[in-house]
Ligand binder design. Structure first.
Ligand code: ZN
Length: 174
């Protein structure tokens, strides 16, 4: 969405219409990240690492997920995978064209590959994951040349809140 604004517009200053558009985009990114944060909280309530994800199409949430690795006895039950599967069932399509994903934590390699394979348009994420984050931290996976679908991404949305939730979760388990 942010990338819908052209570089020229950003360089030459925004007119009132563009400015309103930019504010609308920022508010909607904030709102969706806030919803993802609520899902992360649900994970924390069942003693799963608090990460939440959702899929948005045409400004509507069509898939939700939070970590369920322990509850599902599955190493692949990451928030992003569950949200993608949820949205795929909703659309009855394994391709999520023109959909965006919002996730509270920088995705790992498994989830990044699923995001590419699902043909997701834009990834918005919250906190960085310094040990396994494949987008900026230990790799720039989405920028690899051989990928046949390019996913736009931006991080740092509600970063502090997402990181705080994780920090409190691990603190409470010590
Ligand atoms: Zn993952």
């Amino acid at each position: 969405m942010l990338s819908d604004l052209k570089g020229d517009q950003l360089r030459n200053g925004l007119n009132l219409y563009d400015f309103q558009l930019l504010i609308l985009i920022l508010v909607s990114v904030y709102n969706f990240m806030f919803e993802a944060l609520k899902l992360a909280n649900q994970a924390s309530n069942i003693n799963e690492v608090p990460v939440g994800a959702l899929i948005v199409k045409d400004n509507q949430i069509i898939g939700r997920g939070f970590n369920k690795i322990i509850s599902n006895n599955s190493v692949s039950a990451h928030a992003e995978i569950i949200a993608i599967n949820n949205a795929s069932r909703f659309l009855n399509n394994y391709r999520l064209n023109n959909c965006d994903i919002y996730v509270t934590l920088e995705p790992c390699h498994m989830c990044a590959k699923a995001i590419v394979d699902a043909r997701i348009n834009h990834l918005y994420f919250g906190a960085l994951e310094p040990k396994t984050g494949s987008i900026q931290s230990i790799d720039k996976f989405l920028e690899r040349q051989h990928l046949n679908h390019k996913v736009k991404y931006s991080g740092g949305h509600l970063e502090e809140q997402s990181a705080e939730l994780l920090k409190n979760f691990f603190k409470s388990r010590r």
